[in-house]
Design a protein around this ligand. Sequence first.
Ligand code: HEM
Length: 218
Amino acid sequence: MSVTEKNNTVAVWDPVVRYGHWALVAAFAVAYLSSEEDTGFPNALHVWAGYVTGGIVVFRIIWGFVGSPHARFRDFAYGPVAAMRYLWNLISGRARRYIGHSPAGAVMVFLLLFCLAGTVSTGIVAYGQQGHGLLAGIATTTAATLRSVPGEDDDADEVRVGQSGEREESAMSEAHGALANITLGLIVVHILGVLLASVRHRENLIAAMFSGQKRTGN
Ligand code: HEM
């Protein structure tokens, strides 16, 4: 696939990046908003939205190696120093405009993909410890391992209830919740960064994530 130019616009984001982005927004929103449960077990909507989120992330990572030029990771392989320099220049109004991801945008993409992958994986393991989902088998394994250790609890696959009557979360479940909240924080910064860059470079980056087009030149 090649980047094409016409009418002073250039095709930057291919359909996989665009549809993938908005599908990811929807899947994460559904997963996050459906995460509250009193039973100790996640509801089916949360689980399926999590699987979809994970599928999109895996697909986006593969696309980062085989996708269109601006979708490839090597097109935006900037480090934190370049990102900080770009951010400083953006705030002081001197940042140059990038056709693909800017250095700060790039670091945010990597952070988002990393935290999303972490959120989904810890969710799958925590759900597996409860005896459900893709890793349902690990609950039996964990329980068997604990039973073989003298003095250890033999109810490893059950939801534990503390002295106050409140449900106690497993360490994996807590990590899952913490990662989901870190991801949400990154998303807020991501949206603010997109808005700031749109104002500074006088271009609607949100519209570009729908159309795939950006203007040529500066
Ligand atoms: C309504 C809220 C959101 C808006 C308006 C928005 C907007 C954008 C825009 C404009 C870009 C391209 C940035 C650039 O030009 O360099 C982008 C990229 C990206 N955004 Fe968002 N975003 C939103 C929410 C989210 C959420 C919720 C996630 C994660 C769950 C997310 C993950 C990403 C990722 C991974 C990329 C990189 C796209 C790629 O290269 O595939 N965004 N976003």
